[in-house]
Design a protein. Structure first.
Lengths: 237, 269
């Protein structure tokens, strides 16, 4: 695409993309560190995640401000307008991902008393690995405006959802076996659910990329595998 | 099944099924050797505002002037193709071009009121076309036209004052009143707001929205934002070609042609 006659307009749009990329990088790091901290019960690493969230929030505000200023200055049309709307949407999803990672990190402090069951931790780590792969692919697709990669992410959330559902069952069973493990179980459950929510945000970003490129939202129904709302485990009376 | 049938027969006349007021097919305009307008075909819908946009020299004003045969006044201009209003060919030999220009009014970029009183500016057209049987009817036409143009309240106590003594925005509204006094069906506007300040511009844009209930309006404009605000349909011209036409929403959000997108996003002039 040729450049704008007003070069400053191109600079504004590039800066928006750069800030979103920076925010994405911080969110990825927070997710990886939060799960790592959970697995190793590392409170120092958890504290770093909590601290980093302030920078993620700041970036969201900066992106919003710049987007609004660009709209006021340039009255953008068509693809330019969609770019700016896209940046606004993506930074919202990244901010939520940052919050969810911070929420996991906060729970690490509650795990210092007992060792969580390793199968469950492995399950959470596996979910996190899948999520980080989705996040990387979707942020790349946003940077390169690559529709194929975005659609792959959009369809790839089922695996994370299914893992979450089976983890739920496992954690419920674990808690049912011993009431003293309930509070630990709850923290693990929330952590798993947080990662599942992050997966949904990644698909939101994919939908935004589709909108930016195609000019209209995806009309099909997204494949989903989260049946945690239906999950129960019989408890011995 | 009955419910479905009933529903469609009561369907309101929406914008989507409005009929074309003006149809142009394969219109070419030559200024001597210069081929200024190339094979333009378009339907202009009734009771809607259609905007013509495009860079300078793209042919949009040339095409506008075809609709009321103003190009006839240019000796070296030659028009080919067909333009019909309500299904009637306007270049047909039997058509009275003076009558055509009463049916198709025009408002120009620089307000050009007659060097007459405000009253006379508006009364002149109806008088020479014999649209009023007596003074009372003429007064009625003048007042109604000034009201429709949103100017009456500001000038009602000074109708004998000179039209040229008004502000730019008021002069332009006087020209609009003058155009609608002869009961046209179509109003052509060639960059009507480019000489006006933002407030006068906003008033004229507001007026366009009211006028389209009773008239078909075609506006040539250099302002993308104005075209997006006032029109329901937009046509993009470039180097004499009609590159793309469609609903204003579509043209300004997801245009089909790369040239349209480049123009509206300011990627070339």
């Amino acid at each position: 695409m040729p450049e704008h006659i007003a070069k400053a307009f191109d600079a504004d749009l590039e800066e928006l993309t750069r800030m979103v990329a920076e925010m994405g990088g911080l969110a990825e790091k927070s997710v990886a560190d939060a799960v790592d901290a959970l697995a190793k019960r590392d409170v120092v690493l958890a504290a770093k995640v909590i601290e980093r969230d302030a920078r993620i929030d700041d970036l969201q505000h900066e992106i919003e401000e710049r987007a609004i200023l660009t709209i006021a200055r340039r009255q953008p049309m068509a693809v330019d307008l969609r770019e700016i709307v896209g940046a606004l949407r993506v930074c919202n999803d990244l901010e939520r991902i940052g919050d969810l990672a911070k929420n996991i990190a906060k729970r690490v402090n509650q795990l210092t008393e007992e060792v969580p069951p390793q199968t469950i931790i492995r399950g959470i780590e596996h979910m996190s690995a899948l999520l980080l792969a989705q996040l990387k692919q979707v942020l790349d697709s946003y940077a390169t405006r690559n529709l194929t990669n975005a659609l792959a992410v959009w369809q790839g959330d089922e695996a994370i959802d299914s893992l979450c559902t089976s983890l739920f069952r496992e954690i419920l069973t674990y808690m049912a076996e011993d009431p003293r493990s309930i509070s630990l179980g709850i923290h693990l459950m929330f952590s798993a659910k947080n990662i599942e929510r992050m997966g949904d945000h990644a698909t939101n970003i994919a939908e935004t990329v589709h909108y930016m490129v195609e000019g209209h939202p995806i009309t099909a129904e997204r494949p989903k595998g989260d049946t945690t709302t239906l999950t129960t485990v019989p408890v011995q009376g | 099944m009955d419910a479905v049938v009933e529903k469609t027969s009561q369907a309101p006349v929406t914008f989507e099924n409005a009929r074309p007021k003006i149809t142009a097919r394969n219109v070419n305009v030559y200024y001597g050797e210069k081929h200024a307008l190339k094979d333009v075909s378009i339907d202009i819908l009734e009771n809607a505002v259609t905007a013509f946009i495009g860079p300078s020299g793209c042919g949009k004003s040339t095409f506008l002037r075809c609709i009321n045969r103003m190009n006839d006044t240019i000796p070296i201009a030659r028009v080919t193709g067909k333009i019909e209003i309500d299904g009637r060919d306007i270049y047909d030999r039997s058509l009275d071009v003076v009558q055509l220009r009463a049916r198709v009014g025009m408002v120009f970029q620089k307000p050009n009121p007659f060097p007459k009183s405000i009253y006379e500016n508006v009364a002149y057209g109806p008088r020479i076309h014999g649209l009023a049987r007596n003074k009372t009817e003429l007064d009625d036409i003048v007042v109604t036209s000034l009201k429709k143009a949103g100017l009456f309240e500001e000038v009602k106590d000074r109708l004998t004052d000179s039209g040229t003594g008004l502000s730019g925005g008021q002069q332009q509204r006087l020209c609009i009143a003058r155009a609608i006094a002869v009961s046209p069906e179509i109003i052509l506007m060639d960059e009507p707001c480019s000489a006006l300040d933002p407030i006068a511009t906003a008033k004229i844009e507001e007026l366009m929205d009211e006028l389209r209930e009773n008239f078909t309006i075609v506006i040539v404009t250099h302002s993308m934002q104005q075209a997006a605000r006032v029109s329901q349909r937009t046509a993009f011209f470039h180097l004499g070609h009609l590159v793309e036409q469609g609903t204003t929403e579509k043209i300004f959000t997801t245009p089909e042609d790369r040239r349209t997108q480049d123009y509206i996003t300011g990627r070339f002039g």
